[in-house]
Design a protein around this ligand. Structure first.
Ligand SMILES: Cc1cc2nc3c(=O)[nH]c(=O)nc-3n(C[C@H](O)[C@H](O)[C@H](O)COP(=O)(O)OP(=O)(O)OC[C@H]3O[C@@H](n4cnc5c(N)ncnc54)[C@H](O)[C@@H]3O)c2cc1C
Length: 223
């Protein structure tokens, strides 16, 4: 699929409320996913729905999740319908009434049948994507996974074919009669920012902080 193609318009990805906040371009889905760190995986485990936060990576139109070979949610997801969301909080929207408070955000919802990946090359590419999503530059910097580590790792794939994106921007929408109230209204912007790297006390003394990790300090993630 190309970034130029529109997002799916299946029944379940069609926004009903505040449709004008929906985005139609596939490129907007990629934009939300590519600056994120955490997704929420919704899956039925032993008959009960569970939603778990986890890392992820994207390769083309496939989203990859990974975890321990004992991960119950990943095992339960294999061959079944799941739902994955990614959310960025962009601001707190303070209104004159408590009713009209809101948040500014960009979020993606993805539906599909998940599959455990068994092909070795695809598994490695997926793990590279998951690692690079977390800390760009680490795949080449850190030691590569051993056979034993790979055997202890599950990799799950989910197509990005069926997905929606919703975005809220701007200030509060108050009721006309509330604009004269003695109440502050506006937006408090929000963003994720990394601090200075804190070295592991057990590190080898001659190993210096690499540039790609040094560059994270003060770096805004998610925008
Ligand atoms: C940070 C954040 C905070 C929010 N807080 C609230 C809140 O407090 N109360 C509230 O009512 N809503 C909140 N929302 C919006 C919420 O996600 C839903 O969009 C909204 O509640 C409408 O729900 P619905 O079931 O009527 O959606 P529908 O419009 O019926 O959903 C149909 C389909 O549209 C798509 N869709 C819906 N919402 C989203 C989304 N957010 N992102 C991507 N695709 C979407 C999905 O594919 C979904 O299956 C918040 C969203 C975010 C990201």
């Amino acid at each position: 699929m190309s970034a130029d193609l529109p997002l799916s318009t299946t029944q379940r990805t069609t926004l009903h409320r505040l449709r004008e906040r929906g985005r139609a371009d596939r490129a907007e889905l990629y934009a939300v996913l590519d600056v994120g760190l955490i997704c929420h995986l919704g899956v039925i485990v032993d008959g009960s729905p569970v939603v778990l936060p986890t890392g992820y990576g994207r390769v083309g139109d496939t989203l990859y999740l990974h975890g321990s070979s004992a991960n119950r949610a990943l095992l339960a997801a294999d061959g079944h319908e799941i739902c994955v969301t990614v959310t960025h909080l962009d601001g707190l929207v303070c209104a004159r009434s408590v009713f009209n408070h809101s948040m500014n955000y960009r979020s993606a919802v993805i539906f599909g049948t998940a599959r455990l990946v068994t092909d070795d090359a695809q598994r490695l590419a997926a793990l590279q994507a998951v690692t690079e999503q977390l800390v760009p530059g680490q795949w080449d910097h850190a030691r590569q996974p051993t056979r034993k580590e790979l055997a202890a790792t599950l990799v799950l794939e989910l197509s990005l074919a069926e997905a929606s994106v919703k975005v809220r921007t701007g200030g509060p929408h108050d009721d006309d009669e509330d604009y004269d109230l003695d109440v502050w209204a506006g937006v408090v912007p929000a963003q994720l920012m990394f601090g200075s790297p804190e070295p592991d006390p057990d590190r080898r003394a001659d190993v210096n902080l690499p540039e790609h990790i040094k560059a994270l300090a003060g770096h805004r993630r998610g925008s």
